[in-house]
Write a protein that binds this ligand. Structure first.
Ligand code: GDP
Ligand code: MG
Length: 440
């Protein structure tokens, strides 16, 4: 899907003149790609109508770049398709929740269960894992191994063959132990498909999960719709996780899974390790889907506001990401200056630090982080690896100096580490020389 849409856009970019005919052909190809991916006809028709509306309105203005407007219209329409309009259930600390994972064998369920557990553990939850996959030999061992790595308690059985029964036993055990997030892993294969869906229905009925998560391999494409729909019919799926986004997959199937389940994507899996797990961020996801690279619109934005001779320098500077640079970026972000705009587009930055609707909280957090950094020495601020430098006595000194808790200092360093990882990827970006022509 991603390839054919980006092909259509690329062909349009090559055309010397973008007129009604070129636009029409481009739209036709996009429509075909969406329909082939089993996106519902109504959705496709909406997308087409919206793009047409945006483009024809804007092209009335003289001197606008039609190419860019069409690209942006496609971009924002795909973003809209990935937003089913209602948020997924979010577990609350201290309030017992049950989350059940479903998906075909090999989609990454068992791995993702453990990633999900570890993610919430990091947020202060007390998660637990239950293995209700009695079909595959070794399923319990695999879960056990992952759970041990994540240091999360687990439950399962080598003897019992009834998955619903194990799931209920696990629930009872972990409810007693005051787990506030009980995660149930299930089987993804059966001798007969109908039996698998019947099994999912039984496990869901027995455990009454607060959330059922459909896990899909990011490379399955078209098949996502049928799979997601079948699981939705047996257990009421309320969220989607797309795995294996570290490979070549563009994740186009997610559009179908969202359409089939009317549920949002909440996380993506980006590798085999438990930490390879990101909160879903729609803009970088769509830009990848369209073959536009990991960092959405960043280059465009850079080209618009940073003088050409400084662009590559800036990327390199940001890629050796020190606490001082983070401090400067926080200042920029608060001012929403030009660099702040660029920075706010980075994956994981705006969505986590400044979520829409809670910009005030985000700003308070940034100010808190900055106060902490004000108590740091130059050596700490300029270190390429501050985590390593940070001994207990340094951490305590900084906490005292800034009037915060040691925990707050650790929090800030975690945030730094997360962003440093994103910044590390910037080294690989090459800014194309010569801007895309701004003429039609
Ligand atoms: P399940 O059958 O649905 O439980 O899937 P598993 O959790 O056993 O995963 C199947 C394979 O996919 C394993 O080899 C995992 O290590 C691998 N896997 C899972 N998630 C990811 C991911 O995000 N990226 C990569 N590269 N591999 C993954
Ligand atoms: Mg499994």
């Amino acid at each position: 899907l991603g390839t054919s849409i980006s092909d259509a856009l690329a062909r349009m970019s090559k055309a010397t003149v973008v007129d009604e005919k070129v636009l029409g052909e481009c739209l036709k190809e996009i429509t075909r790609a969406l329909l082939q991916s089993d996106v519902r006809f109504e959705t496709v028709r909406d997308v087409q109508a919206n793009i047409k509306k945006i483009v024809s309105l804007d092209t009335l203005a003289a001197g606008t770049n039609k190419r860019r407007i069409i690209q942006q219209a496609v971009f924002s329409e795909l973003c809209r398709m990935l937003d089913p309009g209602k948020p997924a259930f979010v577990p609350k600390k201290g309030k017992p929740s049950v989350v059940m994972f479903v998906g075909l064998q090999g989609s990454g369920k068992t791995t993702t269960c453990a990633k999900y557990a570890q993610y919430y553990q990091g947020k202060g939850f007390k998660p637990s894992l239950v293995c209700a996959d009695t079909f595959r030999a070794g399923a319990f061992d695999q879960l056990k191994q992952n759970a041990t790595k994540a240091r999360v308690p687990f439950y399962g059985s080598y003897m019992e063959s009834d998955p619903a029964k194990i799931a209920v036993e696990g629930l009872e055990r972990f409810r007693k132990e005051n787990s506030d997030l009980i995660i149930i892993d299930t089987s993804g294969r059966h001798k007969q498909e109908a039996a698998l869906f019947e099994e999912m229905r039984q496990v869901a009925e027995a455990t009454k999960p607060d959330l059922v998560i459909f896990v899909m391999d990011g490379s399955i494409g078209q098949a996502a719709f049928g799979q997601a729909q079948a699981f939705k019919q047996s257990a009421s799926v309320g969220a989607v996780i797309v795995t294996k986004m570290d490979g070549h997959a563009n994740g186009g199937g997610a559009l179908s899974a969202v359409a089939a389940t009317k549920s949002p994507v909440i996380f993506i899996g980006t590798g085999e390790h438990l930490g390879d797990f990101d909160v879903f961020d729609v803009r970088p996801f769509v830009s990848r889907l369209l073959g536009m690279g990991d960092l959405p619109g960043l280059i465009d934005k850079l080209q618009d506001i940073i003088p050409a001779d400084q662009q590559q320098d800036l990327l390199e500077k940001l890629s050796t990401f020190t606490l001082r640079l983070l401090y400067e970026q926080f200042q920029n972000l608060l001012k929403m200056g030009s660099l702040g705009q660029v920075f706010s587009m980075l994956p994981g930055f705006s969505s986590e630090l400044m979520p829409k609707g809670s910009e005030k909280d985000g700003q308070a957090k940034i100010k808190r982080y900055m106060t902490i950094m004000d108590s740091m020495t130059d050596a700490e601020l300029d270190s390429p690896n501050p985590k390593k430098l940070m001994t207990e006595s340094r951490t305590i000194r900084i906490a005292r100096g800034s009037g915060r808790q040691v925990r707050d200092v650790m929090d800030m360093l975690d945030e730094y580490k997360r962003l440093a990882k994103v910044m590390g990827k910037m080294k690989n970006i090459k800014i194309p020389t010569g801007k895309m022509s701004d003429k039609n």
